[in-house]
Design a binder for this molecule. Structure first.
Ligand code: 7GP
Length: 798
């Protein structure tokens, strides 16, 4: 923790503005003020960043490297202030200087280097590891453009480039002295060198310079500052060569954009290049660093762990093999034994279409030496396993098959640990998605249920709740997440429940104000229930189910029946630009919003707010104000979910199917404190002859709701309404929306009933908060550290 008085801070801040901009504070704008603050903080933690690195080196501390093609760090000003223990001093100082703190916070770009849950999880882990003194390094790509900025035009999603680096990035340090060369394409063949060793010879390769940019990840109230490294692609600085503009363009485009797709990766060459670029630069720099202190790599596994976050970095396996054999001259067997000890892998999806595969010829052309190594991994895998498990099973799960490289299988075979991200997910990996490999390597499989960092989602996003917990709850919930259980003892205390209600109303008012200012929609924070669904737009997540229920409510109102509780339905969701159906759902919901929000018959009873450009910053505004958390994916499809955890920790009541981590939330809070509906994963699996038409035909009420998509009830959705209608009926409703509808509507009615009894409602909220500790990413990352990477850490005394 840093120490600083308010006056010292004010002076330092003035000086920094002067040094950076040759200006007085009164003439500076919010972005300059943010930048000056960021530089000040960086100066303060820089010594700790250096010392942390030196400590890891000198004490031979085992370090883990989290390789991920996506991260979603969120804005860092407030987290860094919090972690350095400077929030109060700086806020007071800024206020005394008459500056607009909110404007300064908002001036920081929110780096959209990820699509959704997978990227956000990686950033939560980095935050938690630093808090626990764990040596965890992030390793990713410095995309010049993050995930597109979403706006709506006539209700349609429009994608704008996210030029997040335009104003510079105050947190990062460019380390050109630690750059690496990454080789693509060309030809490679093996031949003996002068010592008679078989080494690769390359010709006509395209070499790319990978330049690292490091950002400090500040530990919470401790001295640890870990390294988050992002790689940028540049032309090599070879003075003997000149490059054409086209060559420069080809190199730069490797790290130009984040693929805006969180499932269903099209086999795109550029994406493959991004993946190899990340792993090659990352693995090379790890090996180089290790080699500074060791004569060989024989015992690298004792101090290095490499984590493959989803399959995108799975080529780390052949890349490490390449370096160990081609550059360190290890035998295959020795290199393989070492590689599998170093590597571990997390799977994040159950969707078949999201399991990455690459055409073999594309891999062969793009990374020829890596392809040779994958072929050899495949050959040896088959030679070893066919005699035991037979041709069929081994064919089904070998790294090569159907002319493709199957990345998930490569990742499992080359790692010592394979984990899913919630109990059900891990179970389904074992029994379904990866069952053949589970049969061969049962000992590798383990579960690590996801978590979220309560520092960002309670302390920063929800100051009123933080204050209440600090004043009323015993224990040290900020350091020991399970201590938040203390809230449970107030579950029958009307005074506490009243305070909890005041907290929620305060947050709802703040959100209502933002909605009013930015979207020009009036919502009533004092009486309406805020019903929130925030996540990527995907058919399996079933935003459509939620929307059908809103149509249902609307029809009730039009029929003259008032809603017992006014509702505000809040959506936040980006659709992948190429995901046509998801974009149709957005259009439909926006048009429904337009209809409902402007219909005088509706009065104050019903509103829809579709918050554009949903991301980490928007989540920080919405989550503390949520009453209901919609987690309504078709059971067996959502690997875990993490918004479910953030929302419960903020006292929202979960309305959910038994999917992903919802099941564990239900176990934690008990059936009385969550509203569950719909088919279970087992029921979905056993449902053999589903006919959505039959369900539709047998349910008059449902017919009326669904027909609203095509009968002109909702204006301006001629085509979209028809397509969505057809997806439900003509194409037999792939995600069982109609099958679950009745049960969902009943669950919504239960919510309405519960909400009418505030004491009961806030009792449920209190229990949800009390039980949220187990979903802290501090606990999750401790388990990764203990079970998978074998890192040292602070004790979490719980
Ligand atoms: C997501 C899962 O959909 C979500 O359920 C989970 O909570 C999150 O990972 C973190 O584990 N997966 C992705 O975002 C994703 O891109 C593609 O998966 C392979």
């Amino acid at each position: 923790m840093a120490t600083l008085t308010v006056d010292e801070f004010k002076q330092d801040f003035k000086d920094m503005i002067l040094r950076l901009y040759a200006e007085d504070i009164k003439d500076s704008d919010a972005h300059q003020q943010f930048t000056a603050l960021a530089y000040l903080l960086r100066e303060m933690y820089a010594p700790n960043l250096k010392e942390t690195r030196q400590r890891y080196e000198n004490d031979r501390v085992k370090e883990a490297y989290y390789f991920a093609i996506e991260f979603l760090p969120g804005r860092m000003l407030q987290t860094n202030l919090l972690n350095l223990g400077l929030s109060d001093v700086v806020m007071t100082g800024l206020l005394e200087m008459g500056l607009d703190v909110e404007k300064i916070v908002d001036a920081e770009p929110d780096p959209g280097l990820g699509n959704g849950g997978l990227g956000r999880l990686g950033s939560a882990f980095l935050d938690s590891a630093a808090a626990l003194h764990m040596a965890l390094n992030g390793n990713g790509i410095r995309y010049q453009y993050g995930l597109f900025r979403q706006t709506f035009e006539n209700g349609f999603q429009v994608e704008m480039p996210d030029d997040w680096l335009r104003g510079g990035n105050a947190w990062e340090v460019r380390r050109e002295n630690r750059a690496c060369l990454v080789r693509f394409g060309g030809n490679v063949w093996m031949a003996e060198d002068v010592f008679g060793r078989l080494v690769p010879h390359y010709e006509n390769t395209t070499d790319v310079l990978a330049v690292p940019y490091d950002t400090g990840i500040v530990g919470y109230h401790n001295h640890t500052v870990n390294t988050f490294r992002l790689w940028s692609a540049e032309l090599p600085t070879d003075p003997s060569r000149t490059y054409t503009l086209q060559e420069k363009q080809n190199v730069n485009e490797i790290t130009e954009i984040l693929y805006p797709d969180d499932s269903n990766y099209a086999g795109r060459l550029l994406r493959l290049k991004q993946e190899y670029f990340l792993v090659s630069a990352g693995v090379q720099s790890i090996v180089r660093h290790y080699r500074k202190h060791h004569r060989n790599l024989n015992h690298m596994d004792l101090t290095v762990a490499i984590h493959i976050n989803d399959t995108h970095p799975a080529m780390a396996i052949p890349e490490l093999m390449r370096i160990l054999m081609d550059e360190e001259f290890m035998s295959w067997d020795q290199a393989w034994a070492l590689t599998t000890k170093v590597m571990s892998y997390t799977n994040h999806t159950l969707l078949a279409e999201s399991l990455e595969t690459w055409p073999e010829d594309m891999v062969a052309q793009t990374v020829p030496r890596i392809y040779q190594i994958i072929q050899e991994i495949d050959r040896r895998f088959r030679a070893m396993q066919v005699p035991v498990y037979g041709d069929d099973r081994v064919n089904r799960c070998a790294p090569l098959g159907n002319g493709t490289v199957r990345m998930a299988y490569l990742a499992v075979i080359g790692s010592h640990s394979v984990n899913g991200v919630a109990k059900l997910h891990t179970e389904l990996l074992e029994t379904d998605v990866l069952k053949d490999l589970y049969r061969i390597y049962p000992e590798k499989f383990n579960n690590k249920t996801n978590g979220v960092t309560m520092r960002r989602w309670i302390q920063i996003a929800n100051p009123p709740l933080t204050k209440l917990l600090d004043s009323d709850v015993n224990g040290d919930w900020k350091h020991r997440p399970l201590d938040i259980i203390g809230v449970q003892s107030f579950a029958n205390d009307p005074t506490f429940l009243k305070k909890l209600r005041e907290v929620k109303v305060k947050n709802k008012r703040a959100l209502a104000k933002r909605i009013r200012t930015h979207l020009n929609i009036a919502v009533d924070p004092d009486h309406a229930l805020f019903d929130v669904q925030i996540k990527r737009l995907h058919a399996y997540k079933r935003q459509l189910l939620h929307a059908l229920y809103i149509i249902d409510e609307y029809q009730q109102i039009k029929a003259g029946k008032d809603l017992a509780v006014p509702r505000v339905h809040i959506f936040g969701a980006k659709a992948a630009p190429s995901y046509y159906y998801a974009k149709e759902i957005i259009k439909m919901i926006n048009e429904l919003a337009n209809l409902i929000n402007n219909d005088p018959d509706v009065g104050d009873q019903l509103r829809i707010v579709f918050v554009p450009n949903y991301g980490v910053s928007e989540a920080e505004d919405i989550i503390p104000a949520a009453d209901v958390s919609e987690q309504i994916s078709l059971a067996g499809k959502e690997a875990s979910g993490t918004s479910n955890m953030k929302l419960m920790a903020n006292g929202a009541i979960t309305l959910a199917t038994m999917d992903g981590a919802n099941i564990e939330i239900a176990d934690a809070v008990g059936q009385d404190n969550i509203v569950i509906f719909g088919m279970t994963a087992a029921q979905v699996q056993a449902y053999t002859n589903y006919s959505s038409q039959a369900i539709f035909d047998g349910d008059k009420h449902l017919q009326k709701v669904v027909n609203a998509l095509i009968d002109g009830t909702i204006p301006n959705i001629g085509r979209e309404g028809r397509d969505i209608y057809n997806s439900l009926l003509q194409y037999n409703d792939e995600y069982y929306v109609l099958a679950d509808y009745e049960s969902y509507a009943k669950a919504q009615d239960r919510i309405t009933g519960l909400y009418q009894d505030p004491e009961r409602w806030y009792q449920m909220a209190a229990i949800n908060i009390a039980k949220s500790g187990q979903f802290s990413s501090d606990l999750t990352i401790a388990r990764y550290g203990d079970d998978i990477w074998h890192l040292t850490r602070d004790q979490l005394v719980n």
